[in-house]
Write a protein that binds this ligand. Structure first.
Ligand SMILES: Nc1ncnc2c1ncn2[C@@H]1O[C@H](COP(=O)(O)OP(=O)(O)OP(=O)(O)O)[C@@H](O)[C@H]1O
Ligand SMILES: [Mg+2]
Length: 160
């Protein structure tokens, strides 16, 4: 979709893990309170690696665990709280509500791996970011679905 809003989308090739971490850092620096990003892509596509890059750029020095078993990890960052979800093991979208996640959003940033597992129950995303495995690395396709998401992509992807 070129023309009317060229900033609403961005694609890039990520040659190796370091490139995914760098791209994550680029995105992380532009995150603002309240943004919700869906992180799509197959098992092993690099979603958690991207989150790791974001968190490092936001000053988190500790580990970034994959929340595959816990569903969520919370990070208290200087500028906002960040929730990292991995819903792969969620069998029934109601688990989302049972786990007390209904009230997330607000000023927190939400990064959600496997959002399709709780389709219809999640906050609407500002950006849908899809990672694909290709023969030599990964490709990332980011699409904004709100004006806030478009602003974020414009700020973070304009240089890539
Ligand atoms: N651009 C890249 N090129 C090659 N390998 C990469 C790239 N980015 C990440 N990886 C590697 O892919 C593997 C899986 O990454 P990661 O755990 O981030 O995937 P994931 O999408 O979170 O998977 P899951 O759905 O299981 O949570 C890791 O070993 C990571 O180093
Ligand atoms: Mg993961």
């Amino acid at each position: 979709m070129h023309g009317t809003d060229h900033t609403a989308r961005c694609n890039c090739h990520l040659a190796d893990e370091a490139a995914t971490l760098d791209f994550g850092a680029q995105l992380g620096r532009e995150l603002t309170p309240g943004l919700c990003l869906y992180l799509e892509g197959d098992l092993g596509a690099g979603k958690t690696t991207l989150v790791r890059g974001m968190l490092r750029a936001l000053g988190h020095a500790g580990r970034v665990k994959s929340p595959t078993y816990t569903l969520a990890e919370t990070y208290e960052l200087p500028r906002f709280e960040l929730y990292h979800f991995d819903l792969y093991r969620m069998h029934d979208p109601r688990e989302w509500l049972d786990a007390g996640f209904r009230d997330i959003g607000g000023d927190a940033v939400s990064l959600i791996e496997w959002p399709e597992k709780a389709a219809g129950w999640l906050p609407e995303p500002d950006v849908i970011l899809r990672l694909e495995i290709d023969e030599a690395g990964r490709t990332a396709d980011c699409r904004a679905v709100t004006p806030e998401g478009a602003r974020f992509l414009e700020a973070s992807c304009a240089r890539s």
